[in-house]
Design a protein around this ligand. Structure first.
Ligand SMILES: [Zn+2]
Length: 253
């Protein structure tokens, strides 16, 4: 299929050369399908320029491989340790694509104010008794339980400062309360053991704060997760149903 395309493209080039028409610019080529070099035009040149900008080498998206693009390609080549020739080979293009993908992933994980799902591994939300507001003896459930295998990584859903790190044998077990950068307090209970994050520590969203466990009064390993409105957990705020937030974060993280 690819072979046939190359033959027909050659035939087209030959035909236009004979007719004295300018050589077509292969403007429909996908980034990585051909070696890009100064003087070329096309959609793939535009993708290259956009990628350079994402990699902190701002380049105008003109679709023409001119002097600015050449300069930025040479800078990237020097930075990555490639031969500095101002050209982008196909293999280099695939590395550039990977670098851009990694850059995007990093951005998702650390952008301030962006929350992530607190258990990266396999998890489920249990039944009715796991829900916010489910009846408990003498009170109602103030959070949402999230079930996962014992020892699964537990990460901060939102960035913020650790407000409380404590242990309660009769209930929460090992737990952490984080004063979130968005105003909510985030509460994580039944950790397998005490979190490394002591009171006052700043943690960014996605940072591991412990492992899923069943410490305290817990039937099986799970995270008991609460969200409290400002000014926060047992300091004037009120608990809200965290499930809609959890579902939203679960959809992308
Ligand atoms: Zn619970």
């Amino acid at each position: 299929m690819r072979h046939r395309w190359i033959i027909s493209a050659c035939a087209l080039l030959a035909a236009t050369a004979v007719a004295g028409v300018a050589v077509p610019d292969a403007g429909a080529a996908k980034f990585g399908q051909r070696t890009l070099k100064p003087g070329m035009r096309g959609h793939d040149v535009r993708v290259l320029q956009k990628s350079l900008t994402r990699l902190k080498l701002p380049t105008r998206k003109t679709g023409f491989f001119g002097g600015q693009t050449t300069k930025k390609v040479r800078l990237l080549e020097g930075r990555v340790g490639w031969r500095v020739d101002g050209r982008v080979q196909r293999a280099e293009a695939s590395v550039i694509k990977r670098l851009v993908a990694e850059q995007k992933a990093r951005k998702r994980a650390v952008a301030p104010g962006t929350a992530v799902f607190p258990i990266p591994g396999t998890h489920n939300f249990g039944g009715a008794e796991a829900r916010f507001g489910a009846p408990r003896s003498g009170h109602s459930h103030q959070g949402q339980d999230v079930f996962a295998a014992c020892g699964e990584r537990l990460v901060a859903a939102q960035s913020g400062n650790v407000k409380v790190r404590a242990y309660q044998a009769s209930g929460a077990g090992y737990y952490v309360v984080i004063d979130g950068s968005d105003g909510f307090d985030y509460v994580y209970m039944h950790l397998a053991k005490a979190s490394w994050a002591t009171a006052g520590t700043y943690v960014s969203a996605g940072t591991q704060i412990g492992r899923v466990g069943a410490s305290g009064n817990a039937a099986g390993c799970h995270l008991h997760f609460e969200m409290w409105t400002s000014p926060g957990w047992f300091s004037g705020g009120a608990p809200v149903d965290p499930l809609p937030y959890l579902l939203a974060w679960d959809a992308y993280s």
